[in-house]
Design a protein. Structure first.
Lengths: 275, 271, 373
């Protein structure tokens, strides 16, 4: 009997029904809300209103992009150096990097308040040195720091897992063919680790651009990100669901477009690196 | 170079763990300050024991995590077998793309779309309270499913197609062959998927936030706590969660390395 | 013919996957207690035939009979045949003992009988003492033995073996060939063996079924297959052979390579075009004046037991195996006894297998390249 029997196919049926009901249908309901007013009549008003939140969209993308770049710059050497230690330490390191990832991001973000606050650890320390307290919390820098901190494991791990699978003989071959350390990195390691970079970028950018907690806690109320706008409207009551749906939809489409562009860069058809 | 790389690793780890350390230290503060450490005390932990909101939330979180992990593991394992059996490549990749949506989509969008669905259905059924236990459970199952499927599928692919044939050759019905042969050989994948689902569910805030209604889970309670003033009891709770996750991860890693060892042993001996 | 003599019968079997014909109107009787081998290149349909008998596959047309009864539609787990799979398909989550006991447990045999049976089987395949070992820790040869023990523990009337030795190295393969043959004789059951290795087929089998393109090309003893190939495909696939175009002048008299030879074949039409097979080891090299054919040696390779010599005769390159040494550019004569000549009817395979010119051509081509450099 073959694995590909008709009977086995039916096993996917409950999942397919579930996915249609709880993944596909909700997206269509969101679409419906986005194009109707509170009374259920068709309208383009919600979409037109999105212009009002240009700034939120702009800041979200800008902050998320900066955070993603910083994360990549910090994570790439980390992943590379991780592959250099011996195997059992690699396993350990991977776990150590993973633990904060599985911790609630509310808590992780929240701990930074203690460190960054005007009377927090850094300023207390500076005060003892006789230095004027710095304005750390409630700044764009703090928001970006929060994003970098919260999502950096999502960058390190995919890059590391791709890099650690690079066949050692390829590196030897490149040396054999005359590559110095720089060329070996640029012509072999970097191109081969690209799938990891791509999936890392996606895994950092998507939650960063749509976050609504980090900005509230570390950015004060000055910086409204898209996530904050959406949350605000949903808390404002059913009358505002339509606008919020429209914004969510635009956010989703934006992320989708970004991902399509990113996937263009990774021309391999692997299923991506999932941790 | 070696020293430099070690230093770099140490720095990144410091960056990752400094806030965690701060949190743990201040959870033992004897005063209610989260800025100045005034003395050691476990009073915040003791306080948690009497905090009924917290305990109820903990109960909710565990119920949702256990149930959603269980249901998504059963659904997802069956789905993995089913999806691999689909002959038409278009159909199977369509199902896979649909499966992956919650993993790729921003949590806030997933959360909101589900909330709209639940409210929509609640209105249809004429309920006053659309959101609650059932909805948060359904939401968790939904975002757990892709992770379960993606843990089980590679194991299924690795399983020798001849094993089912062999079992049937030796007298098993197809049904028996699945339970006696396939299930044991994908068991590590199933366990990994279940643990992942459980942890994700335990940890989820954004999607729960939009779908739980009055059925508050622990992350929601933490969120409400941090909205008000900042006190060490939040840190105490977080520290406990940290160690629970820590233990789960060690367990998860042990499973992973066990299955890797098996795989490499199998590979090493081929031929 | 008595009914019990044929344990498995295939009657006009056709199988197609996605419009591609895999088996084309195939019929075959498999006798009880014989060692029969399906031999052919990959894609010839031999494994498909095996899976039909095992019950993993149903024919689109035709019947499968077991002990004279039609068993189409009977699922694999109800058939009295067992299979040894290509890569053994041992259950990785069970140890050696549990693998062998698997089928017995399904049958709900009492525990003490299972124990006795498993021990007996492991003794038969020389694995006593490895009961508790994990499958992953066994060598390829040991895994092979576990697979054999697991299959025969169920007392099948027919054992199907799907290229079971393909993953083993040469030395081990030779040992296992002998051992399998021994086990088959000891158990007194039918073995249906599938392989693409002609040497393996010839050494082990009572009968060989040569297949290509979903059809049986020839069924016979190893000697029949080798000495009396039915067509050019069989002649080419089994051993080395010089296949020439010839003309049957009359019974026992054939013309090829511009010479007329006595032969032992008859029953063709006068002047019928035929394929002539001459095995390389059946040609004697003699001085030019004594030769029936004369030619020039174009290449010589030493293979230890004998030399392999290519001789150009009127543009056709013959392969000849001889223990005498000859040199390139020697003029030699060939002498062919009547019993060394085998005549075959023309078939769709005629003319597909050229002479041995590719040997020298490759070398010519290589030397050309070197000269260009």
């Amino acid at each position: 009997m073959n694995k590909k029997s008709f009977g086995n196919q039916l096993l996917a049926a409950p999942h397919v029904v579930w996915s249609v009901l709880f993944i596909v249908v909700p997206l269509f309901i969101m679409l419906y809300f986005a194009f109707t007013n509170a009374d259920g009549g068709f309208t383009l008003e919600n979409i037109q209103q999105i212009g009002l939140y240009k700034k939120a969209f702009g800041i979200s993308i800008l902050y998320a992009a900066i955070a993603t770049v910083i994360t990549l710059l910090l994570a790439y050497p980390m992943a590379y150096f991780m592959t250099k230690v011996n195997i059992s330490s690699q396993r350990m390191l991977m776990m150590i990097v993973m633990i904060p990832m599985w911790m609630n991001f509310l808590i992780r973000t929240y701990s930074w308040i203690t460190i960054l606050a005007n009377t927090g650890l850094i300023n207390t320390f500076l005060g003892k040195l006789g230095i004027e307290p710095l304005k750390l919390i409630n700044t764009p820098g703090a928001v970006i720091l929060g994003m970098v901190y919260d999502f950096i494991p999502y960058m390190i791990l995919p890059i590391y897992s791709v890099m650690s699978k690079i066949d050692k003989s390829l590196l030897e071959a490149s040396e054999d063919l005359g590559s110095n350390a720089f060329n070996k990195f640029r012509r072999v390691i970097l191109p081969l680790s690209r799938p990891g970079i791509i999936s890392g970028i996606t895994m950092v950018f998507v939650p960063s651009v749509s976050t609504f907690y980090i900005s509230q806690k570390l950015g004060g109320n000055k910086t409204m990100l898209v996530g904050d706008v959406i949350e605000y409207f949903f808390n404002a009551g059913p009358d505002y669901y339509n606008v919020a749906s429209a914004i969510s939809m635009v956010l989703m489409i934006m992320i989708l477009v970004c991902m399509v562009i990113m996937n263009r860069f990774s021309d391999d058809d692997s299923e991506g690196v999932i941790i | 170079m070696k020293l430099l790389s070690r230093l770099y690793i140490a720095l990144i780890l410091f960056f990752l763990y400094a806030p965690v350390a701060v949190m743990i230290v201040f959870s033992f503060n004897s005063s209610s300050s989260v800025w100045v450490f005034e003395g050691f005390s476990t009073k915040w932990y003791e306080g948690l024991v009497y905090d009924t909101t917290m305990l109820t939330a903990l109960e909710h979180t565990l119920i949702v995590a256990v149930l959603s992990a269980l249901i998504s593991t059963v659904l997802g394992t069956a789905a993995a077998v089913g999806i691999l059996a689909i002959r038409k490549k278009v159909a199977s990749s369509l199902v896979m793309s649909m499966t992956n949506i919650p993993m790729m989509n921003a949590d806030i969008v997933t959360g909101i779309s589900l909330m709209l669905l639940f409210i929509f259905m609640g209105n249809l059924l004429g309920l006053n309270e659309s959101l609650g236990f059932i909805t948060v459970l359904a939401a968790h199952i939904t975002f757990n499913l892709p992770y379960v499927i993606l843990s089980v599928m590679p194991k299924l692919r690795q399983t020798d197609a001849n094993l089912v044939d062999a079992a049937m050759d030796l007298g098993c019905t197809p049904f028996k062959a699945f339970f006696k042969v396939i299930l044991p050989s994908i068991s590590t994948g199933i366990a990994t998927g279940a643990i992942m689902a459980f942890t994700l569910s335990l940890d989820d805030f954004v999607i729960s936030y939009f779908t739980c209604g009055k059925y508050q889970t622990l992350p929601i309670v933490i969120y409400n706590m941090t909205k008000k003033s900042v006190t060490p009891d939040t840190y105490a709770l977080s520290t406990i969660i940290f160690f629970v996750v820590f233990l789960l991860l060690i367990f998860y890693n042990m499973l992973q390395s066990k299955s890797e060892k098996q795989a490499s042993a199998r590979k090493g001996r081929a031929k | 013919m008595k009914k019990e003599e044929n344990i498995v019968q295939l009657k006009n079997i056709s199988v197609a996957f996605d419009d591609q014909v895999i088996l084309d109107d195939l019929s075959l009787d498999i006798k009880d207690k014989e060692f029969i081998t399906f031999l052919g290149p990959s894609g010839c349909g031999k494994t498909t035939t095996l899976r039909l008998i095992a019950g993993f596959l149903e024919p689109d047309e035709g019947d499968v009979l077991f002990e004279g009864k039609k068993i189409n539609g009977v699922p694999a787990y109800k058939r009295q045949v067992n299979t040894i799979f290509q890569r053994y398909a041992l259950f990785p989550h069970l140890n050696v003992y549990e693998n062998v006991a698997f089928g017995l447990r399904i049958k709900k045999m009492p525990e003490n009988e299972i124990k006795a049976k498993v021990e007996e089987m492991l003794k038969l395949v020389n694995l006593s003492g490895l009961e508790k070992r994990h499958i992953d820790t066994l060598s390829g040869g040991q895994q092979q033995r576990v697979a054999i023990a697991r299959a025969i523990a169920n007392h099948p009337k027919v054992l199907l073996l799907d290229e079971p030795l393909a993953a083993l190295d040469l030395k081990l393969r030779k040992d296992m060939q002998k051992e399998l043959k021994k086990i088959q004789q000891q158990l007194g059951i039918t073995f249906v063996f599938v392989t693409h290795d002609q040497e393996e087929a010839l050494t082990m089998s009572d009968r060989v079924v040569v297949m290509d393109g979903g059809k049986i090309q020839q069924v016979g003893t190893p000697q029949d297959i080798y000495n009396e190939p039915e067509n050019a495909f069989v002649a080419d696939f089994i051993g080395e052979s010089n296949i020439l175009d010839g003309k049957m002048l009359k019974d026992y008299y054939v013309e090829f390579s511009g010479h007329r030879f006595d032969c032992l074949d008859k029953g063709f039409n006068t002047n019928e075009a035929v394929d002539v097979v001459v095995r390389p080891e059946d040609v004697d090299i003699v001085p030019v004046e004594k030769g029936m054919l004369t030619g020039v040696v174009t290449s010589v390779s030493f293979l230890g037991v004998h030399y392999e010599i290519i001789v150009d005769i009127g543009g056709f390159k013959w392969m000849i195996q001889t223990t005498d040494e000859h040199f390139v550019d020697d003029k030699v004569g060939l002498f062919i006894e009547p019993d060394a000549i085998h005549i075959m009817k023309k078939s769709k395979y005629s003319g597909l297998y050229g002479d041995y010119s590719s040997y020298s051509e490759e070398i010519d081509h290589l030397s050309d390249i070197i000269e260009e450099d």
